[in-house]
Design a protein. Structure first.
Length: 307
């Protein structure tokens, strides 16, 4: 839901990104153009929602990890009394990201002077009429000497820390799920289902790496190393917007039970579909246990291993 809200907000507000020397800047090209504070807070909210979408993605992998590897800790997700804990963590990560953007990447005189010429020449964008937001890691001081801005570098460390922490959680969960599935004894039907689920898990790990983490890392790190990609960073919002579309498609592609359920939902119950569904009834039964009754899935695996 949070990922979907971020995508919807991005489509409505429409931002562009530009890298110039030692900084990058975000600026609106929608109804928020030619505004100052509305555009500024819109960009702050955009950044916060981006961070929170990654936090929700990490939660998704934590749930899968507990489901398969640490079943006795599933109460952390199944019990309503822990909802405030997860919500607070999700909210805190977004607030930290947004606070850093507001304090260190505000459209200050230094930022507007740094980007005024390049934005006008490239986009015809007037920084005196519209807010911009971004860091400049190194800029001239009063004497014209290039100096590092430690406040901007601190903002980089915070943002990259949040990106890195969610990514490490995803990698940790993916690796442990893979190890558990590889070493658990199970029937052929269960093994086929597990292989389908792991392929989907692997693709669901790769997709955000390519479409969210890589563009985000490029935006923050290219200006740090003075890599002149300019308006090439406008590819980042486009890639990020693809994630909510590709994620469910990969699940439908790798897990046949999801496809059958979708076909039945759409009332495409042809003879071929019924035949395939009946041929996969054993796998479907396992999938229902996996998706609806995780504790039953664990008992089933233990029963199979004891036989």
């Amino acid at each position: 839901m949070g990922i979907s809200n971020f995508d919807k907000f991005a489509r409505v507000t429409i931002y562009q990104i530009h890298v110039h020397e030692y900084g990058f800047v975000l600026f609106p090209t929608s109804f928020l153009e030619n505004t100052m504070m509305p555009a500024h807070w819109g960009m702050v909210l955009y950044g916060s929602l981006f961070c929170q979408s990654l936090v929700l993605l990490a939660f998704h992998f934590v749930y899968r990890y507990l489901l398969i590897c640490k079943n006795h800790f599933l109460y952390l997700f199944n019990s309503a009394k822990y909802i405030p804990l997860w919500f607070s963590l999700w909210l805190l990560m977004g607030i930290i990201w947004g606070t850093v953007l507001h304090i260190y990447m505000y459209h200050s005189k230094m930022l507007t002077d740094y980007f005024r010429e390049t934005l006008w020449e490239t986009y015809g964008y007037d920084v005196n009429k519209s807010a911009i937001l971004g860091p400049v890691y190194r800029h001239p001081n009063e004497l014209g000497v290039l100096v590092w801005d430690w406040g901007q570098l601190f903002s980089l460390a915070v943002c990259m820390g949040e990106l890195g922490s969610t990514f490490m959680v995803i990698m940790f969960c993916t690796w442990n799920i893979h190890q558990t599935l590889k070493t658990t004894a199970m029937s052929e039907a269960s093994k086929r289902l597990e292989q389908q689920l792991f392929k989907a898990l692997l693709v669901q790990t790769t997709i955000p790496l390519i479409l969210e983490y890589t563009p985000g890392g490029i935006d923050f790190l290219c200006p740090l190393f003075h890599i002149p990609i300019g308006r090439g960073t406008n590819l980042s919002p486009i890639l990020i917007s693809f994630y909510p579309v590709l994620d469910p498609i990969c699940m439908l592609y790798f897990i046949k039970d999801y496809r059958y359920a979708l076909l039945r939902k759409l009332r495409f119950n042809t003879n071929a579909t019924v035949s395939m569904a009946s041929g996969a009834s054993d796998i479907s039964q396992k999938a229902q246990i996996y998706l609806q009754k995780p504790e039953g899935f664990k008992i089933e695996r233990e029963r199979e291993s004891n036989q």
